[in-house]
Design a protein around this ligand. Structure first.
Ligand SMILES: Cc1cc2nc3c(=O)[nH]c(=O)nc-3n(C[C@H](O)[C@H](O)[C@H](O)COP(=O)(O)O)c2cc1C
Length: 182
């Protein structure tokens, strides 16, 4: 692979070859499938002459710290699904607090409204997008199995709104995301 000099390299967990990205490119790689190959990443890192940004399967502060500990020469990480699963993760990485019901309620309302505006008032389409957000976000909640099943099956925006309200009212928020984000 030919590399342009001085571009940071972004490693995404399921690709065998690091992808060059511009410093302003927020996301690279492809949809995550399969396990992270840290041994292959270590090899690529050892042979890189450029700054390397790691991406793949980071869900918690502990996982980011472990990666930093194992690969101190990694200069950046990108987090995809982990940030959807825990919208406060970036703040927690800077020493800030985890999220709470009030903040999540406001955040989800703003997101739902944003999707509704984006889809020019098509609320059912906005609710579908929220279902995709909940595919990851549900991992931040305890005791949510029954409501998660309902989330996967709802048909109308009103049903989605009712299920979300019930999760926010009744399911304990975990300090860390749990489970595979697949
Ligand atoms: C729902 C979803 C959509 C994605 N869409 C894109 C995309 O459009 N372009 C892209 O380069 N990567 C895409 N990815 C891959 C992510 O950028 C990232 O490499 C991958 O999710 C691994 O990082 P993560 O474990 O932090 O999520 C997508 C991943 C997911 C889960």
């Amino acid at each position: 692979m030919r590399r342009r000099r001085n571009l940071p390299l972004c490693w995404t967990s399921t690709t065998a070859i690091p992808s060059p990205v511009s410093p302003s490119t927020p996301v690279c790689g492809r949809k995550n499938r399969g396990p992270v190959h840290l041994d292959v990443f270590a090899d690529a890192l050892a042979n890189s002459r450029n700054p390397v940004c790691y991406n793949g399967d980071l869900r918690t502060v502990g996982e980011v710290r472990a990666l930093e500990g194992r690969f101190p020469e990694v200069t950046h990480v990108m987090i995809g699904r982990g940030l959807v699963a825990d919208p406060a993760l970036a703040r927690k990485l800077r020493g800030g607090k985890g999220t709470d019901r009030e903040e999540l309620t406001d955040f989800l309302a703003a997101l739902y409204q944003g999707y509704t505006d984006f889809y020019q008032g098509q609320v059912p389409t906005a609710a579908q997008r929220m279902r995709e957000v909940w595919f990851y976000l549900i991992h931040l909640f305890d005791d949510a199995e029954k409501l998660n099943k309902q989330l996967r099956r709802f048909r109308t925006p009103a049903e989605y709104e009712r299920i979300q309200a019930e999760i926010l009212a009744s399911c304990p928020i975990r300090s860390d995301v749990q489970g595979d984000l697949i």
